[in-house]
Design a binder for this molecule. Structure first.
Ligand code: DOR
Length: 445
C-alpha cells in the first residue's frame, strides 16, 4: 500500500475548519499538519487546494438487499454507490431474505461483504418476537447494533409484543436502533383511505396514512422503554416536529437520526414524484422539515444518514398499496447535506459532526469517523466549486433511477478514500480493493 499525501485542502473535522495536509501510511492517518513534505519519492501526492477534506460518512442505516432480494440491489453495487457519495462505512439492515435474525446469518452477510464491498461494513442483528435469547447472547463487537421494527415496513419484521420489547430493551448488548411507527394506527388509516378511494389511493395520502400520530406514539414508547430499562436507544428517521421533544442535545444514550430525504422533500413532493418518494416513515409537512432541520442544527438530532432503500423501477410503477416504500439515496446524501449547509440550515462542521463523528460515538466504532492521527484514513475530498447535475448515466445503484434526476447540486465528490485506499475518483469507483469489517468496542450497554 503506497503512502499518500493530501495537500492544501480545507480540513473540516471536530468542529474546526482549516487548511491542513494529511499524510496517509499503511491505511492510517500518520500526520495532520499545516505543511508536510512527501516522506519518500514514491509517495503519491493529491493536490486538494480549494477543496474540502472531510472524514468519510458513516451511514448508520442502509438496505443493500443481500441476500435474497438481489433483483433490487446487492452489496457490490450499493457499496459502489456509497463511495461515489462520500460514504466510507455503512451499517446494513436485517430486512433481507432470510432476515438477519441470528449470528450465522449475520456472519454470512459479512462474508459476502468481505468479497464484494468497496466500503467498510457492519450489520445489524434484527429482532423478532421470537429471538430474545439470540439478542441476549450476541457478541457486541461483531454487530452494528440491534434493529427493532416497532412498526412494520419492507419485510416482515414487526416486533409488537410489549413483553418482548421490554426484554429486548433490558438485555440488548449494544445500541438498539428502532423504526418507530404504530402499526395498528396505520392499518386503521389504510382502511379509511380504502373506503374513500378504493384501490387507487393517491400517493399524496401517504403522510396521512403513515401518520404523525403513528410516529409519535411509537417513538414515545421506545424512549419510555429505554429510560425504564436503561438501554441505549437510537430512534431512526424522525419525521415529525412533535417527536423532537423526546430528545436532548448532547444526550448520548437516547439519540435520534434524521435522513436526507426527510430533510430535503416535503409532502407536496408526492404530487410530482409519487411512488418514487414513497417511504416509511412518510415525508411530512414543510413545517416538520423546518423543525427537523433546526433540530439537526441544535443537536436534538444527533445523526444524519440515508435509509438508502432501493427498489426496482418496475416495482415503483405499481399503485399505492403495491408500490414498495424506499428510495436510493447513498450516492447523493453528502451533496444534499452540503446543499442544505450552503442554504444556511446548519454549518458544514455540523454535517461532519452528525454524519461522521456522532455515529462513531453512538455505536462505539473503533478508529474511524474522525480525521485523527492513528485512525484509519477514511475520507472524502469535495470540490465546492464544481456542480453535480444528477444524470441517470452516472448512477451506481443497481436500481438505476434516482429521485434527484436532473437536480443541480453545488458541490461534487472528487475522491473517496476507504482505509487508505482510493475507492472513488474521476467519477468512478475504483474496483480491486476491499472495505473492512468495522470493529466495535466490547462494552456497549
Ligand atoms: O421506506 C422504507 N424502506 N423504510 C423502511 O423502513 C424500510 C425500507 C426498505 O427496506 O425498503
Amino acid at each position: 500500500m503506497s503512502d499518500l499525501l493530501i495537500t492544501g485542502g480545507r480540513v473540516v473535522n471536530e468542529g474546526r475548519s482549516s487548511e491542513q495536509d494529511v499524510l496517509v501510511r499503511q491505511g492510517r492517518i500518520e500526520r495532520i499538519d499545516s505543511s508536510i513534505s512527501p516522506p519518500s519519492p514514491s509517495c503519491k501526492v493529491i493536490d486538494a487546494s480549494g477543496k474540502l477534506v472531510l472524514p468519510g460518512l458513516i451511514d448508520d442505516q442502509v438496505h443493500f438487499r443481500e441476500p435474497g432480494l438481489t433483483h433490487k440491489a446487492c452489496i457490490r453495487t450499493e457499496s459502489r454507490a456509497a463511495v461515489a457519495g462520500g460514504i466510507t462505512t455503512f451499517f446494513e439492515m436485517p430486512n433481507v431474505s432470510p432476515p438477519t435474525l441470528d449470528m450465522e446469518r449475520l456472519e454470512e452477510k459479512c462474508a459476502i461483504a468481505a468479497q464484494d464491498s468497496v466500503a467498510n461494513y457492519a450489520f445489524f442483528l434484527g429482532a423478532s418476537n421470537e429471538n430474545v435469547e439470540v439478542i441476549k447472547t450476541a457478541d457486541p463487537t461483531r454487530i452494528a447494533g440491534i434493529k427493532v421494527f416497532m412498526g412494520s415496513s419492507t419485510g416482515n419484521m414487526l416486533v409488537d409484543e410489549e413483553e418482548v420489547l421490554e426484554k429486548i430493551f433490558r438485555h440488548a448488548p449494544a445500541t438498539i436502533a428502532t423504526h418507530c411507527e404504530h402499526t395498528p394506527t396505520i392499518l386503521e388509516n389504510e382502511e379509511a383511505a380504502r373506503r374513500r378511494f378504493g384501490d387507487e389511493v393517491p400517493f399524496s395520502e401517504h403522510p396521512k396514512i403513515r401518520s404523525r400520530e403513528a410516529c409519535l406514539r411509537s417513538s414515545s414508547l421506545a424512549v419510555e422503554l429505554a429510560k425504564r430499562e436503561e438501554a441505549r436507544l437510537h430512534v431512526l428517521h424522525i419525521t415529525t416536529a412533535e417527536e423532537l421533544s423526546l430528545f436532548e442535545p448532547g444526550h448520548d444514550r437516547i439519540t435520534a437520526e434524521a435522513c436526507v430525504h426527510h430533510l430535503w422533500f416535503e409532502q407536496s413532493g408526492y404530487e410530482e414524484l409519487g411512488s418514487l418518494i414513497k417511504c416509511n416513515p412518510a415525508i411530512k409537512s414543510a413545517n416538520d422539515r423546518a423543525a427537523i432541520r433546526q433540530a439537526v442544527a441544535d443537536g436534538r438530532i444527533s445523526v444524519l444518514a440515508t435509509d438508502h432503500a432501493p427498489h426496482t423501477w418496475e416495482e415503483k410503477q405499481a399503485s399505492y398499496f403495491n408500490a414498495p416504500s424506499g428510495l436510493p439515496l447513498a450516492q447523493h446524501s453528502l451533496l444534499l447535506m452540503l446543499e442544505m449547509a450552503k442554504e444556511g440550515c446548519f454549518p458544514i462542521e455540523t454535517v461532519v459532526e452528525r454524519a461522521c463523528h456522532a455515529p462513531t460515538r453512538i455505536f462505539d466504532v473503533q478508529d474511524r469517523g474522525f480525521l485523527r492521527e492513528g485512525y484509519w484514513a477514511d475520507l472524502v475530498i469535495v470540490d465546492p466549486e464544481k456542480e453535480t447535475v444528477v444524470d441517470e448515466s452516472d448512477l451506481f445503484s443497481q436500481c438505476d433511477w434516482s429521485p434527484f434526476s436532473g437536480t443541480r447540486f453545488s458541490h461534487s465528490v472528487d475522491l473517496t478514500m476507504v482505509s487508505g485506499q482510493v475507492a472513488y475518483s474521476e467519477g468512478k469507483p475504483t474496483d480491486g480493493h476491499q472495505g473492512m469489517r468495522v470493529e466495535f468496542a466490547s462494552l456497549r450497554r
